[in-house]
Design a protein around this ligand. Sequence first.
Ligand SMILES: C[S@@+](CC[C@H](N)C(=O)[O-])C[C@H]1O[C@@H](n2cnc3c(N)ncnc32)[C@H](O)[C@@H]1O
Length: 509
Amino acid sequence: MERQTTPNHSQPMPDPKAGPEEQGGPDSRAGLRPPVRPGQEVEITLTGLNHAGQGVGRVQGLAVFVDQALPGETVQARVLTVHRNYATARLERILAPAPGRQKPVCSLFPACGGCQLQHLRYAEQLAWKRRQVVDALERIGGLRQVPVLPTLGMADPFHYRNKVQYPVALVPPAQAGRGPAVALGCFEARSHRVVPADHCYIQSPLNNEVAAAVRSLLTRYGWQPYDERSRRGLIRHVLIRSNSSGDQALVCLVTTRPDVPRKEQLAAELMEAAPPVVGVVQNINPQPGNVILGRQTVPIRGCDRLVDQLQVPGAGKLSFYVSAASFFQVNPVQAEVLYGQVLRAAGLSGSETVVDAYAGVGAITLALARQARFAYGVEVVPAAVKDARANARLNRVENVEFRTGAVEDVLPTLQQEGVRAAVAVVDPPRAGCSPPVLQALAALGAQRLVYVSCYPATLARDLARLAQLGYAAVQVQPVDMFPQTSHVEAVALVVRQQAQKGQRREDCP
Ligand SMILES: C[S@@+](CC[C@H](N)C(=O)[O-])C[C@H]1O[C@@H](n2cnc3c(N)ncnc32)[C@H](O)[C@@H]1O
């Protein structure tokens, strides 16, 4: 899951699959007048945190979501919106703080919208993420017996991100000092206003350093930031990636048109000012809307990709080419932990054929291939498959094949070709797997499924569907890929039920 740098309209959006605590419960209030109205100030005691990191409490039975309020505290809040079975409110005053509350380290919190949980101690963030998984399994999947292990967190839960996508705006002369300056930042929650971020506490130090250099060059070169309303301007976003060792960065300038005067000169100056920058590329996105990248990316100067390395427990060191548009885990420290958990859950002996569905640039596929007889990776984005094949060559992994296409189509094709896969890994986007995908995995003969999920609600739904296909969830391991935010990632081990009978407990991750 990605940090939101496009305008944040996602909150408060009720989750149709969320449980009573998040949603205001079954609709027992139908036909009743809401007990609160917009503008009203209410005193409320919070009892939960919803999936967006908002405190949840009740006023006369109606669920009220309060930004930055924490469970266990009593607050004064002003009602913003009132819906059929929930309301939203702004925190006005904390009357009794929760024991887990802490002072956020970043002065932009919560305005920038990138972090939702900086005001909650890290140990409590980890506990809350585990709770999110438990609640989803129980309420959505009806799965009460599945062990959910404590969340695996970071020793230092800051400065972990290797990728940033900043929108660009103009800071008025009054704020900028001498003349108008270009600002890079984040969209304020529920708005299109850019909050300038000179330093981001969850970005890698190199990303912060490169962002500062880009900011000053864009100001000096007078590149006009894109204005969504008038649809005028040149530069829309600046995407920066850096590698784990902090010695390579790649900059992608997202512009509305291809012809930009003096872009080669700007790129040369940038690479001189920030020597770890190995290349500057340009992505052209003329379309209005929230999608950050357009279809075309062209090199301006230097390389069009960087090289990163991960040390995956059980698979050793793996190197990856990462280009501007590729999917690559944004937290490399935790990616190693996550992939290590995937390998443990896969429990490979070396004789298996494995399928990695939703393969991205092949990180999991290559790790699996190191422990299996043969690995297939399936990915829908052709550019990612190109990267995955290059990554296989880079790591001299030969017992692997990547197929381009939707898993819905490719998995049945593999089955028709006679492929049998004892172990399968799925790492789908938030929407989870469609029922035909789960059926196709069963048809491939998977005895063991490892489900990597970035959204507990769809994980719970899919584990319940898998139960109907004869698979039992053995255990779930949350891994904190996104400290300070409300995103929750988890690895679930699921086994075919006959196979489970003879399985020893030590096999579990
Ligand atoms: C969460 S990423 C996982 C990437 C990879 N496992 C990793 O750890 O780097 C999900 C990937 O699934 C791909 N994807 C989305 N829908 C797909 C589909 N229907 N069929 C195949 N791949 C799909 C996306 O392009 C993306 O690369």
